[in-house]
Design a protein around this ligand. Structure first.
Ligand SMILES: Cc1ncc(COP(=O)(O)O)c(C=O)c1O
Length: 388
């Protein structure tokens, strides 16, 4: 099997499985209990928090555990904006954001906030100028992703963060870094980031666990109200085993970043060169230049064929890809990202996303590219017979 859908989710890493099993078996208490078993769970939680903080190069008290990227994005966008409502009610984001950011902003619009949604360019990249031009004196939040999950486009968050800091009263700056950890370097402090969202399952951690970086001193309105766990920001008994597993995945991803990123970048170039050779009319939805894209994601389009049909033809060959983000593919929704970057309907319908992981080999990409070319040839042959 060749699994080229790491942007949807990654297989559980063996090191994570070991940590998960151990925590499920051995950590029985509730971290809030004051007896010995509670203390043991609290210790596991503290260690996990330190591990995640180490992976991000931040302090442990700046980490809030959540149920994943979606919740982190909701918490950051709604929490930061609501906390600053007295200063202004305007938000700037891009139309290339994950739906968990866009829908959070839309929910805020129903509460009286207004928003500017900056359109990405045709290569899926958002311009820092366009974001900065949209910022006003009453803007309280700017939210931009680091890496786009559908095209891999790298967004200019370093420049946006630097230029926001030059303003007299900078708005809060949130980045969705779900597709970035372990794939591209993250410099949260240097970028002037106030909050960043992360998820464990794309890193080989468990599903349904994530975390948020919240810079010291930055206020957010909590979403769930209750017992006051996670410094009052995320009430509810903590998913200690999941958090322990997520911390292992985050630590490994950060430690392996330089090699993993170079490795995936090299394999992706090999894959693309081979596909270009075998399917010469392949079209790029992602930026073609390597520097404009994260190393692990590319979006292509096969002229004349629907992406879904190519996906299933590849599945027949035991190669797994996607036609966009997992959440929109399954629900039959058109990709809002592709619509935003102005792709024509046939290009959109032909979209195939390939996303690699650190575990892939040259053999995988060679076989994957060959299977891709065979699938395309077979489908085109069938189409031409149908037309004859
Ligand atoms: C860029 C981005 N943001 C947010 C999410 C949502 O994360 P989760 O699946 O953990 O809710 C994803 C999912 O892959 C993503 O790619």
């Amino acid at each position: 099997m060749i699994y080229f859908d790491f942007a949807a989710t990654a297989p559980l890493r063996p090191e994570v499985l070991v940590a998960l099993e151990k925590a499920l078996r051995d950590v029985a208490g509730n971290p809030s209990s004051i007896h010995r078993l509670g203390l043991q769970a609290e210790t596991a939680l503290r260690q996990a928090r330190e591990q995640v903080a180490g992976a991000l190069g931040v302090s442990a008290e700046e980490i809030v555990f959540t149920s994943g990227g979606t919740e982190s994005n909701n918490m950051a966008v709604k929490g930061l904006a609501r906390n600053r409502r007295a200063r202004g009610q305007h938000i700037v984001t891009s139309l290339a954001e994950h739906s968990s950011v866009l829908e959070s902003v839309r929910a805020l619009e129903k509460e009286g906030f207004s928003a500017t949604y900056v359109e990405p360019g045709t290569d899926g990249r958002v311009s820092a100028d366009a974001i900065l031009d949209a910022v006003r004196d009453d803007t309280v939040l700017v939210s931009v992703q680091v890496v786009n999950n559908e095209t891999g486009a790298l967004q200019p968050v370093a420049e946006i963060g630097r230029r926001l800091q030059e303003r007299r009263r900078p708005p809060r700056f949130h980045v969705d870094a779900v597709q970035a950890l372990g794939r591209v370097p993250l410099e949260l402090a240097a970028w002037g980031v106030d909050a960043a969202s992360f998820s464990a399952h794309g890193l080989g951690g468990p599903k349904g666990v994530g975390f948020m970086y919240l810079r010291r001193g930055v206020g957010v309105e909590p979403l769930p109200h209750g017992g006051g766990q996670e410094r009052g920001l995320r009430s509810g008994t903590e998913n200690v085993p999941g958090i322990v597993g997520a911390a292992v995945a985050a630590e490994l991803a950060a430690r392996e970043l330089p090699q993993a990123s170079a490795h995936m970048g090299r394999l992706m170039e090999m894959f693309l060169a081979r596909v270009e050779e075998l399917v010469p009319d392949i079209a790029y939805i992602s930026p073609r230049e390597r520097e404009a894209r994260a190393p692990h994601i590319v979006a292509l389009s096969v002229p004349g064929l629907r992406g879904e049909v190519v996906l299933h033809a590849l599945e027949e060959r035991n190669v797994y890809v996607s036609t966009g983000s997992a959440c929109s593919s399954r629900r039959g929704k058109q990709s809002h990202v592709l619509a935003a970057l102005g792709a024509d309907a046939p290009v959109r319908e032909g979209m195939i996303r390939i996303s690699l992981g650190p575990v892939h080999t040259e053999q995988d990409v060679e076989q994957g590219a060959k299977a891709f070319a065979e699938a395309v040839q077979e489908l085109r042959a069938a189409l031409s017979v149908g037309h004859a």
